[in-house]
Ligand binder design. Structure first.
Ligand code: CAA
Length: 257
C-alpha cells in the first residue's frame, strides 16, 4: 500500500509500519502521523494481522515532530487543527504493538515509542524529550506516558532537563523491554512478534485491555475487569483448543475465534 512517509507491509501475520523520511531523521509531520495512525487502525481491523511492529531504520527511529512545520503555528491555529489529537487513537489499538528502535527516538519519536506496548532497542539508541530546549513541551502524550512508566520525579527530571537517556538507562527504568546489538534489533523484534502471533489473539487482546486498565482504574475496578475478561475467554474456541491441547499433550492451534 502506498504512503508518502511510511512503508507499510504485512509479513507472516505481522503488520509493519516503517517510518520513512530519512532526509530529516524521520521527523514526524502531520501527514506522516496521519499515515501511521491510519495504518495502525487498518492493521487492527485486518484479520490477517495478529501483531504490529513500528520501526525506523538502522540509524534513527524519529527525531521528533517536524520543527519546520510547527515553527509558525499560533495558539489558535493549533487549537483549530488540533494536530496532536490523532495520537489518542493509538491508545485504542487492540493488537500488540512492538517498537523496534535504533538511533534517536526524541520528542514525538519518543512519544510514538511510549505509545507502543513493548520496546526493543539497540545499545546505541537514545530516548529523550528535548522540547524544553525549543521553549515548548511534549504534546503528543509524553508527560503522561513517561510519568506512568517511571513516576513523576524521574519524568520531571528527564523532561525538564531535556537530556537523552541511553537504551541501558531506559531499560533500567523499565521503559525498554530489551537492549541488544543494533544489528540484531529488527530480527529480535520480528522474533518476538512471531512468537506472539502463535498465542491466542483473543487472550492477547483482553490481556492488553486489562494491563492498560491497571494504570488508570482503582484496583478493585481493575480486578473486576480482569475477571470479566477471563470469563469472556471461555466463549472462545481457542479456550477449548488450548485446554484440550494441554490434556492431549500437544501444541495448541489457535484461530482467534
Ligand atoms: N524536525 C525537522 N527537521 C529535523 C528534525 C525535526 N525534529 N530533526 C532533524 N531534522 C533535520 C535537520 O534539520 C537536518 O536537516 P538539513 O539536513 O536539511 O539541515 C537533518 O534532519 C539532519 O539533522 P542534523 O543535521 O541536526 O543531524 P545531527 O546528527 O547533527 O543531530 C539530532 C541529530 C540531535 C537528533 C538533531 O537533529 C536534533 O536535535 N533534532 C531535533 C530534536 C528535537 O528537538 N525534537 C523535538 C521536536 S518537538 C516535538 O517532538 C513535540 C512533540 O511533543 C510532538
Amino acid at each position: 500500500m502506498s504512503k508518502k512517509y511510511i512503508n507499510a507491509y504485512i509479513e507472516d501475520s505481522v503488520g509493519v509500519v516503517q517510518l520513512n523520511r530519512p532526509d530529516v531523521l524521520n521527523a514526524l509531520n502531520r501527514q506522516m502521523v496521519d499515515e501511521i495512525v491510519e495504518t495502525l487502525e487498518m492493521y487492527d481491523r485486518d484479520e490477517k494481522v495478529k501483531v504490529i511492529v513500528v520501526k525506523g531504520n538502522q540509524k534513527v527511529f524519529a527525531a521528533g515532530a517536524d520543527i519546520e512545520e510547527m515553527m509558525n503555528e499560533s495558539p489558535l491555529s493549533l487549537e483549530l487543527a488540533d494536530p496532536f489529537a490523532v495520537w489518542d487513537r493509538i491508545q485504542l489499538i487492540n493488537k500488540p504493538i512492538l517498537a523496534s528502535v535504533n538511533g534517536f527516538a526524541l520528542g514525538g519519536g519518543f512519544e510514538l515509542v511510549l505509545h507502543c506496548d513493548m520496546i526493543i532497542a539497540g545499545e546505541e539508541a537514545k530516548f529523550g524529550f528535548p522540547e524544553v530546549k525549543l521553549g515548548v513541551m511534549p504534546g503528543a502524550g509524553g508527560t503522561q506516558l513517561l510519568t506512568k512508566a517511571i513516576g513523576s520525579r524521574r519524568a520531571l527530571e528527564w523532561i525538564w532537563l531535556g537530556e537523552s537517556m541511553t537504551a541501558k538507562q531506559a531499560n533500567e527504568m523499565g521503559i525498554v523491554n530489551r537492549v541488544i546489538a543494533p544489528e540484531l534489533v529488527e530480527e529480535e523484534t520480528m522474533r518476538v512478534a512471531h512468537q506472539l502471533t502463535k498465542q491466542a489473539p483473543i487472550s492477547l487482546r483482553l490481556i492488553k485491555e486489562s494491563v492498560k486498565a491497571a494504570e488508570d482504574l482503582p484496583l478493585i475496578e481493575g480486578m473486576k475487569l480482569e475477571r470479566k475478561n477471563f470469563y469472556l475467554t471461555f466463549d472462545s474456541q481457542d479456550q477449548t483448543e488450548g485446554m484440550k491441547a494441554f490434556a492431549e499433550k500437544r501444541p495448541p492451534h489457535f484461530k482467534g475465534v
